[in-house]
Each structure stands twice: as C-alpha cells, then as structure tokens.
Write a protein that binds this ligand. Structure first.
Ligand code: NAD
Length: 260
C-alpha cells in the first residue's frame, strides 16, 4: 500500500501515467502529476485525485525533454511534498520512421523524454530516499525494452537503455531500502498508441485496421490490448512492502509478447 507516501508521476495527464496516479492516490498516496493537456482536464484530474487520496495533489507542467525544467519540478516536489518516496518515470513519446529518414531532432527528443528524464529525476531523489531508508523508483519501459520493431529506432533504443539505467541504479541503492524496477507493457490502447496507427500505416503501406490486427496485436498472443489498470496494479504492487525484495527487475505485462 502507498498510504502516507509521496509520489511523483511524470507524464500523468493522460494514458498509463494518469491510471498510475489514480491508483496510487486511491491507496492514499499524495501525488504530483506532470504532463501536458487542457487546463480544465488537468483541474478535473486534480479534483479526482484529491477526492481519492484525501490529500492535495500538485501539478507541474515541466517539459521532460529539458533538464532545467526537470530540476525545477523536483525542487518543487521536495519542497511541497517534503520528500519523494515513489518516483514513477512514465513520460514517453513515440516517433515512427525508417531509420534513413528518421529526423535527428526527433531522435534527440525521444531519447531525452523516454530515457534521459529518468536519469535526471533519479539523480534528484536518490539521496533523500537513501537517508530515509525507503524508496521506490519505477521506470515505465515497454516490450520494446526486450525486443525491437522496425521503424522505432529511437524508442527501442531508449527503452533498452532505461532497463540498463534501472539495473545500475538498483545496484547502487540496494542496501538502503530503495528498489528500482522497470515495468514493460505490450500494447495498451492510449493516445500514444492511437497516434501511431496512421504513422505505422503510412510506413508499412497497409490500412489502419491491418496495423491493429497484423502489427500490434499480432505480437500479443492474447490478441488483446493490455489494460491501463493492470499496469497501474503492478506499479502499486512494486510500491508495497511485499515487493521489497524485488529490485533491478523488468516486469513484463505484455500478454505473452516477449515469451515468443
Ligand atoms: P500518452 O501519450 O497517453 O501519455 C503520455 C504522457 O506523457 C502525457 O501525460 C503527456 O502529456 C506526457 N508527455 C509527453 N511529452 C512530455 C514531455 N516532454 N514532458 C512531460 N510530459 C510529457 O502515452 P502512454 O501510452 O500512456 O505512455 C506512457 C508511457 O508508457 C510511455 O513511456 C510509453 O512509452 C509507455 N508505454 C506505452 C505503451 C502503450 O501501448 N501505450 C506500451 C508500452 C510502454
């Protein structure tokens, strides 16, 4: 249970991060959310989070591609929450293109948001977690941290990289009551995935329906999208004391995709 814990969840105005914020708040955590979106939608989410946890949530609009903004966000979290117990690195974007046409600025952006932002937040929270003798750092990786798909070079590189960061950080803090783990979903139907359907359709020259059936769910033996709630439940478990012996792991929630 995350009752009484303070949690920062990056990229939590939408999709999986939003689901994780709601789950941790429902267990009694005080949360800081982050990400982009309409003011009214963010205000509604903050109201819902406060109702669930009974504690006032915080919002940071920091851009995870900018180390200076990440530093400001982490300072705000320390000052307002009085210490970060759970650091959930979830923010991520996708860009789909054959490697010979892959724009260099898109490569840099995907690596910055999906990989480097987790280094910056981890660097900011580790000392406090070690001194308090308790902490959870969880990195949202992907089945693409284990296997590749064509046209996703930056994303696959970032997701493989974040597993390396997870293992390294886990070893450095293992004796201090702090665990560091990755969770790796298969396809979850969120705005990020919906946006990939037309791009993948164009890159492969097939219809959008065929992308869903023959590209996305063809990889997933269950032939079903993974539920956001199932990812959030796994994160909540990793935050619990029952998971104190799990560190440096990469937990798949991919309907059997990477077992093949
Ligand atoms: P999403 O697009 O629904 O949500 C992404 C969130 O990140 C949003 O809140 C958005 O505002 C925020 N964000 C984007 N760029 C940002 C930036 N520069 N700074 C701060 N916040 C930013 O995506 P999602 O599908 O929920 O993905 C969340 C995570 O899960 C990502 O790391 C993604 O790679 C990973 N993932 C998703 C799937 C899937 O099938 N949806 C599968 C495996 C892994």
């Amino acid at each position: 249970m995350s009752a009484g814990r303070n949690a920062v969840i990056t990229g939590s105005t939408s999709g999986i991060g939003r689901g994780i914020a709601l789950k941790l708040a429902s267990e009694g955590a005080r949360v800081m959310i982050n990400g982009f979106g309409e003011d009214a939608e963010i205000a509604d989410l903050l109201t819902e989070l406060e109702k669930l946890s009974g504690k006032k949530p915080i919002y940071s609009p920091a851009d995870m591609s900018d180390p200076a903004q990440i530093e400001t966000m982490m300072r705000l979290a320390e000052n307002e929450l009085g210490g970060v117990d759970i650091m959930m690195n979830n923010a991520g974007i996708q860009y789909v293109s054959p490697i010979e046409d892959f724009p260099t600025d898109k490569w840099n952006q995907v690596i910055a948001i999906n990989l480097s932002s987790a280094f910056h937040t981890t660097k900011a929270v580790v000392a406090g977690m070690k001194s308090r003798g308790w902490g959870r750092i969880i990195n949202l990786a992907s089945a693409h941290s284990i296997v590749a798909s064509p046209y996703k070079s930056a994303y696959v590189a970032a997701k493989h990289g974040i597993v390396g960061l997870t293992k390294t950080a886990a070893l450095e803090v293992a004796e201090f009551g702090v665990t560091v783990n990755a969770v790796s979903p298969g396809y979850v139907l969120t705005p990020l995935v919906e946006a990939q359907i037309p791009a993948t359709s164009k890159a492969r020259g097939i219809s959008e329906g065929a992308v869903i059936q023959t590209v996305m769910l063809a990889n997933q033996p269950t032939r079903k999208f993974v539920d956001i709630d199932d990812v959030a439940a796994t994160v909540a478990f990793l935050c619990s004391d029952a998971a104190k012996g799990i560190t440096g792991s990469n937990m798949t929630i991919d309907g059997g995709w990477t077992a093949q």
